[in-house]
Design a protein around this ligand. Structure first.
Ligand code: NAP
Ligand code: ZN
Ligand code: ZN
Length: 346
């Protein structure tokens, strides 16, 4: 076993503190990764603060991991020491169900094993990327293309794939009108990716304070949801709406902005239920759906797409001692647009 420095929380209402955790020995199919950067996702906060239910302690979050391979097991074929790699939200799954077979490991019938806070198939509890090293089965490791720096690539491992997957699945492309709700970590990447897919993109943010950034990232229009006129003006406008908001919103107000046959996809994961009125759905044959990260092959496809299109996250790099403050800023929507931890400071 390997003892490594990490940051984590011993209770839902306590700040994150420095601690050490154990990583398993490198098994035949395992890759030992020197983590260089880890993005801060809002899910880290939901999980560690127990908003989705009790978390195993200490909770060490982090599922936007970018690093370099330090060692590989005897049966590893895909990676070698020195390779630039990433790990996202999953580190294992059953491998044999129909969803695993087709590359949708995130929808594994037995539930995917999350990078942190899950009980892995060997019975150990997973701990995430706010740490210096991690051991992961090679099948759940992806390659970071040469054109992408590790720090700006890290957020693609969750925020990138979580927005890429529904944009692809629901056919964002030339001619389609796409709205992105919330201009945070997921939202700013949704804008960049949808623009690169050729869609016309509109941002729906609480205020106009980030309008210039939204336009710089390629959005054609930017509206404030705090202005009720927005919901009148944009009625029946969009083919696809990606909702990235981490809190409860008035879904019906957004659903009314869809065209006939349009779809609104919730990727935001607030713990509270959100009511949906059925009439705006049925009267225009609209869809309301959710989407969870993306499969491993799709994550590699997304990274290659981002490298090809020059897409990377807009980041603010922080040291370990700034993690708790960064979380407070995320809670206040004061993030432009992803905090990334320099793990040498752990
Ligand atoms: P984030 O950086 O905090 O961005 C969320 C954005 O939502 C904020 O920047 C803000 O945008 C908007 N917002 C926040 N509070 C709001 C409120 N009360 N009312 C209206 N808008 C509000 O968070 P993130 O890391 O992008 O994650 C977003 C959500 O996605 C989280 O719930 C996270 O757990 C979830 N998630 C889901 C998946 C999945 O697989 N489905 C994967 C990753 C994350 P504006 O300032 O522009 O209004
Ligand atoms: Zn995430
Ligand atoms: Zn499965």
């Amino acid at each position: 076993m390997l003892s490594v420095n990490a940051y984590g929380a011993h209770a839902a209402d306590e700040p994150l503190v420095p601690l050490t955790i154990d990583r398993r020995d490198v098994g035949p199919k395992d890759v030992l990764i020197d983590i260089r950067y880890c993005g801060i996702c809002h899910s880290d906060i939901h999980h560690t603060r127990g908003e989705w239910g009790p978390a195993p302690r200490p909770a060490v979050p982090g599922h936007e991991i970018a690093g370099v391979v330090a060692a590989v097991g005897a049966e590893v074929t895909k990676y070698a020491a020195g390779d630039r790699v990433g790990v996202g939200c999953m580190v294992n799954s059953c491998r044999v169900c129909e969803y695993c077979e087709r590359g949708d490991e995130q929808y594994c019938v037995e539930g995917n094993i999350q990078t942190y806070g899950s009980t892995d198939r060997d019975g150990t509890v997973t701990r995430g990327g706010y740490s210096q090293k991690v051991v992961v089965d090679e099948d759940f490791v992806v390659r970071i293309p040469d054109g992408l720096e590790l720090d700006v690539a890290a957020p693609l491992l969750c925020a990138g794939i979580t927005t890429y997957s529904p944009l692809r699945h629901w056919g964002a492309g030339p001619g389609s009108q796409v709205a992105v709700v919330g201009m945070g970590g997921l939202g700013h990447l949704a804008v960049k990716i949808a623009v690169a897919m050729g869609a016309h993109v509109t941002v729906l943010s609480q205020t106009l304070s980030k309008q210039e950034d939204g336009k710089r990232l390629g959005a054609e229009a930017y509206y404030a949801t705090s202005d009720r006129a927005t919901f009148k003006e944009l009625r029946n406008r969009f083919d696809l709406i990606i909702n990235t908001v981490s809190a409860k919103v008035d879904l019906t107000a957004f659903i009314n902005l869809l065209k006939t046959d349009g779809a609104m996809i919730n990727v935001g994961a607030p713990p509270e239920p959100m009511p949906v009125a059925v009439f705006p759905l049925l009267l225009q044959r609209r869809t309301f759906a959710g989407s969870c990260i993306g499969g491993i092959a799709e994550t590699q496809e997304m990274l290659d797409f981002c490298a090809e299109h020059g897409i990377a996250a807009e980041i603010e790099t922080i040291g370990a001692e700034q993690i708790n403050d960064a979380w407070e800023r995320v809670m206040k929507s004061d993030v432009r647009y992803r905090f990334v931890i320099d793990t040498t400071t752990l």
